[in-house]
Design a protein around this ligand. Structure first.
Ligand code: ADP
Length: 390
């Protein structure tokens, strides 16, 4: 019998899953996409596709059922000991993972207006898992939690104080990724982990985080996952005056502006071509090159700003799909940061080596694959009531 923990990351029409046994490497991973009439599900174990027990993929609950049916077939005697969930928003209350009960569910539901595009789907995943595994601990792990120690100046906006009190704050996101990187740094480079580190999580969503001694002190993301760096389809930083102008002069309402900022902007909006960095890198269109220029420039600006927040810098870490794989973006970002002691070893960069700074450089530059699922799995394991490893 395999005692296992399952991690779930439920998006609007997707469900990412990972099944862990007693090691840090998952037994199986999977991805349900386009949940609805055209839903798809792919699962794999040990690098091989699993034959999927295809059921109803029109809802998160249906997708989870199909996942579980497949896993039960592939791992006979599977005993689910705990389930971990990625939850985007923990508000000001949740500073770490929490076992879900009715009171927690109510609080997470109350936070939904702060992340309307994500939180309701995360909750749908929790409800589906509670239904499938009554009595098994469900653990919520928050993208905001890692940032709750930001000093006040990095937690507030310059609005009247009542807005801060009602929760209009710079929450910061991608916290599970930053948590993992902080742990890896502490394990592999404790002298750096103890210092001033900027982590750039560059994926479809992108942000950067300033850490001092392994704790977050500032993030480029703020109240929502829209602020800061430009992303695949999100704008990143924008003058709020632009939004007022679009509302008053172009009659755009909240739904239209939300669609603009979340789905039509960023690399896609600038290039008019794609939100995918691989496509932009391969393109000869000048708009693709300009989208990359803007992406790189904003990362450089934010790294400069975060270094100021830290009073200096000892290391930069790249992670996320772009950060881990794009030698071009890493080289471009670093090429104008020599004044910060940043100097790339191009051979190491081309090899996606863990350390890509030159031996003489004052600031270490690293590439560390992030692992949000493992952070969730560890939190879920810790909630198994009988103690011991699954
Ligand atoms: P998400 O935020 O959805 O988890 P990922 O972290 O998987 O996204 O990152 C997706 C991004 O990573 C895409 O823009 C993709 O093009 C980019 N990417 C992945 N591999 C490469 C590569 N070899 N070179 C450049 N970009 C890459």
């Amino acid at each position: 019998m395999t005692r296992a923990v399952l991690t779930l990351n439920a998006g609007s029409s997707s469900l990412k899953v990972a099944l862990f046994g007693d090691s840090d490497a998952p037994l199986a991973t999977g991805h349900a996409d386009r949940i609805g009439p055209e839903g798809t599900l792919r699962l794999s174990a040990a690098g091989k596709a699993l034959p999927v027990a295809m059921g109803d993929l029109t809802s998160h609950a249906g997708a989870l059922d199909s996942v579980l049916a497949t896993f039960r077939e592939a791992f006979p005697g599977l005993d689910m000991a705990a389930i971990g969930h990625r939850v985007v928003h923990g508000g000001v209350t949740f500073t770490g993972p929490v076992v879900v009960d009715d009171a927690v569910l109510a609080e997470l539901d109350r936070l939904s207006p702060l992340a309307p595009l994500h939180q309701p789907h995360n909750l749908a995943g929790i409800h589906a898992a509670m239904q499938a595994f009554p009595g098994v601990p469900q653990v919520a792990c928050f993208d905001t939690a890692f940032h709750r120690a930001h000093p006040w100046v990095n937690d507030t906006f310059a609005l009247p104080r009542r807005f801060y009190d009602m929760g209009v704050r710079r929450y910061g996101f991608h916290g599970l990724s930053y948590d993992y990187i902080a742990g890896e740094l502490a394990r592999t480079a404790p002298h750096l982990a103890a210092g001033r580190v900027i982590v750039a999580h560059l994926g479809n969503g992108a942000s950067a985080c300033a850490m001092l001694g392994g704790r977050a002190v500032a993030s480029t993301m703020g109240f929502s996952a829209l602020d800061g760096l430009p992303m695949g389809t999100r704008s990143g930083q924008i003058d709020p005056g632009v939004l007022l102008y679009l509302m008053t002069e172009h009659g755009m309402d909240a739904a239209a502006i939300s669609d603009l900022l979340y789905k039509q902007s960023g690399l896609l909006g600038l290039s008019g071509l794609s939100n995918d960095m691989r496509t932009l890198e391969a393109s000869t269109a000048p708009e693709a090159a300009q989208a990359i220029d803007y992406f790189v420039f904003r990362i450089q600006r934010e790294i400069g700003g975060l270094a100021a927040a830290l009073g200096g810098i000892d290391a930069v870490v790249f992670c996320g799909g772009i950060g881990e794989n794009s030698r071009l973006i890493r080289a471009r970002v670093c090429e104008r940061l020599g004044w910060m002691g940043i100097e790339i070893d191009h051979a190491a960069n081309a090899a996606n080596a863990p350390v890509i700074s030159s031996a003489m450089a004052r600031t270490t530059v690293m590439v560390l694959p992030t692992n949000e699922e493992l952070v969730i799995a560890r939190a879920a394991r810790a909630a198994i009531p009988t103690g011991g490893q699954p």
